[in-house]
Design a protein around this ligand. Structure first.
Ligand code: SF4
Ligand code: SF4
Length: 294
């Protein structure tokens, strides 16, 4: 039975492909984008996020934790000792202040499938399920089995991917996937490495192969000022040669800072979101190259 590490299920999603969708987020990603807005999806390991501003010092977690990672100090204040945590997830359920969120449950396809089928009546002809992350294709066999099983129920699957996986993880999905939502972040490899920690060669090669194999591909371009804003024209030029369905420009937002801190990650995401004018200019660039913009 194929398994994956699940960190979230988002229902009634309207930006993860056509129609109304339920999005399943799988944990683990080969990239380290400097602007990642789902830092809880980066590591494949389960992890506890602690939001101290929500803690009401009730102490319920102290009793629940088998590893003594939660303590109440002599002043009655809660202290979380991350280094002691063994990621069992037991404290989340007892937290009265909603200060603890556990990310990462290892689940089988049999366990996930009924959760996704709960929303089947809302999917209609255009909606369905989107598999996202992290990078969902770090679990290729799980995604393949799940997409096949969903199709047995008449539910379409989209794959939201960075493309930073071997093509062998993608190709078997082609008969079972409606649309690939494919991220392109930069064309210049040095810029891509600076922004994500990894080369883009495999990513650019994979999208060409997907298009050659007749897949329906919608491209997502994150727009992050001072990181990849000088890549928009180059991305438009690259995509203009491919039979993609459309491009969606995703404005960076800086709302994830507290999540990084809650996960104990000493990473400071970029501060400046793009202006409305910058996003409109990026969209116009794609249109100039004859590309449909969503
Ligand atoms: S996840 Fe488990 S080990 Fe970690 S703090 Fe919570 S109860 Fe303790
Ligand atoms: S259970 Fe939640 S609110 Fe209570 S002390 Fe622990 S972290 Fe704080």
């Amino acid at each position: 039975m194929n398994k994956a590490t699940v960190f979230s299920i988002k229902r009634f999603a309207v930006h993860d492909g056509d129609g109304i969708r339920t999005t399943l987020f799988l944990k683990g990603c080969p990239l380290r984008c400097r602007w990642c807005h789902n830092p809880e999806g980066l590591s494949s390991k389960p992890a506890l996020a602690y939001f101290p501003d929500k803690c009401i010092n009730c102490g319920a977690c102290v009793q629940a934790c088998p590893a003594a990672a939660h303590q109440i100090d002599k002043d009655g204040r809660h202290v979380y000792l991350r280094e002691k945590c063994v990621a069992c997830g037991k404290c989340e359920a007892v937290c009265l202040g909603n200060a603890l969120t556990f990310y990462g449950r290892i689940m089988t396809v049999d366990e996930v499938l009924p959760l996704l089928l709960e929303d089947k009546d809302f999917y209609g002809d255009t909606g369905g399920v989107t598999l996202s992350g992290g990078e969902c294709l770090v679990f290729p066999d799980f995604c393949l089995e799940l997409a096949k099983r969903l199709l047995d129920f008449g539910v379409k699957t989209n794959i939201d991917t960075s493309g930073a996986v071997p093509y062998g993880a993608i190709k078997p999905l082609l008969p079972y996937v409606d649309t690939f939502l494919y991220d392109i972040k930069a064309i210049d490899n040095d810029v891509h490495i600076h922004c994500t920690g990894a080369s883009n060669r495999q990513i650019l090669e994979n999208i060409k192969r997907l298009c050659d194999d007749g897949a329906r591909v919608e491209v997502r371009v994150p727009y992050v000022p001072d990181f990849n804003d000088n890549q928009i024209e180059k991305i438009a030029d690259f995509l203009s040669a491919l039979p993609i369905t459309a491009v969606r420009v995703l404005p960076y937002h800086n709302l994830s800072g507290s999540k990084y801190a809650a996960l104990g990650m000493a990473i400071k995401p970029p501060e400046r979101p793009p202006t409305h004018e910058e996003i409109e200019a990026a969209k116009d660039t794609f249109k100039t190259y004859g590309i449909k913009v969503l």
